[in-house]
Write a protein that binds this ligand. Structure first.
Ligand SMILES: NC(=O)c1ccc[n+]([C@@H]2O[C@H](COP(=O)([O-])OP(=O)(O)OC[C@H]3O[C@@H](n4cnc5c(N)ncnc54)[C@H](O)[C@@H]3O)[C@@H](O)[C@H]2O)c1
Length: 262
């Protein structure tokens, strides 16, 4: 290994560690699990559909990444506990948790119905809270760990027509910082990435022509993100070496969307 490879490995390498990627069969979860796996970690793909998880594990194996899967519904405490226990049975420990499950629906404010509101808040916010709770319990027993939550540019600026989603993502950032301060002394770091616009299944359906024009006008880089562009930030925050003094941080990966005004 060259000196520079050795140095980069010492900063960002994740060899010997285990990462559970919840929502690991989704667009961003796929890129993140590949990136974290290529940095050396064993991956547990956690998602709703067994078929999607299996297929994701096969793809990871083809890339030379050691991976397994568990199915779960993030809105259920029991399901989260089972997923953690099943993961621990196979891997013995969980060093890293990535909370990448999420749903979204776009409509006018007067059309927001309470069951839709509850569902979005249940997956995006309660799901993140439950998995943090459940996996922190095991991290406390194994000496610490690192959690990466996923917010959004909606966490900062309330974008139009996604009221429940924006509220859930603002709360995910608040929760991230709150849990970070609570467990900092226990060697558990909790950070979040707020992605800009990375067209995927859940947001493609709300991208009409007017919205695309607004997004491009508001994004100084004038393009969408590619999910692989989240990997560098994720490794920085997750690695216990590069991220050793980073907790409660919110990193925007958004082509400049959040910093732009006009
Ligand atoms: N794609 C973007 O532009 C973008 C931007 C900002 C934030 N995000 C956030 O990033 C995360 C990933 O988004 P994505 O674009 O990959 O979306 P995606 O729809 O491709 O993936 C989301 C995954 O979450 C899983 N999921 C949904 N409900 C679940 C539940 N109850 N239990 C377990 N798993 C469940 C889905 O099965 C899916 O695999 C989400 O939190 C999303 O809000 C995405």
């Amino acid at each position: 290994m060259s000196k520079s490879s050795e140095y980069l490995e010492s900063l960002f390498g994740l060899t010997g560690q285990v990462a559970v990627v919840i929502g690991g069969a989704g667009a961003l979860g796929k890129s993140l699990s590949t990136g974290i796996g290529k940095a050396g970690a064993k991956i547990v793909v956690a998602d709703m559909s067994e078929e999607a998880c299996q297929s994701r594990v096969e793809q990871l194996a083809q890339e030379g990444i050691d991976a397994t899967y568990v199915t779960l519904d993030v809105t259920s405490l029991e399901s989260q506990q089972n997923a953690r226990d099943e993961s621990l049975k196979v891997t013995g420990k969980v060093d890293m948790l990535v909370n990448c499950a999420g749903i979204n629906v776009g409509n006018n404010f007067l059309e927001v119905d309470s069951s839709q509101w509850d569902k979005i808040l249940a997956v995006n916010l309660k799901g993140t809270m439950l998995s943090c709770q459940v996996f922190i319990e095991s991290m406390l027993k194994t000496g610490g760990g690192s959690i990466l939550n996923i917010g959004s540019v909606n966490s900062d600026k309330p974008l139009s027509r996604v009221f429940a989603y924006a509220a859930s993502k603002a709360a995910v950032v608040n929760l991230t910082q709150n849990i970070a301060q609570e467990f900092a002394a226990n060697n558990i770091r909790v950070n979040a990435i707020c992605p800009g616009f990375f067209p995927a299944e859940q947001n493609r359906k709300i991208l009409d022509a007017e919205r695309v024009e607004n997004i491009m006008r508001g994004t100084p880089m004038k393009r969408y993100g590619n999910p692989d562009e989240l990997i560098g930030a994720a490794l920085l925050l997750l690695s216990k070496n590069s991220g050793s003094y980073i907790t409660g941080s919110i990193v925007y990966v958004d082509g400049g969307f959040t910093c732009s005004w006009f």
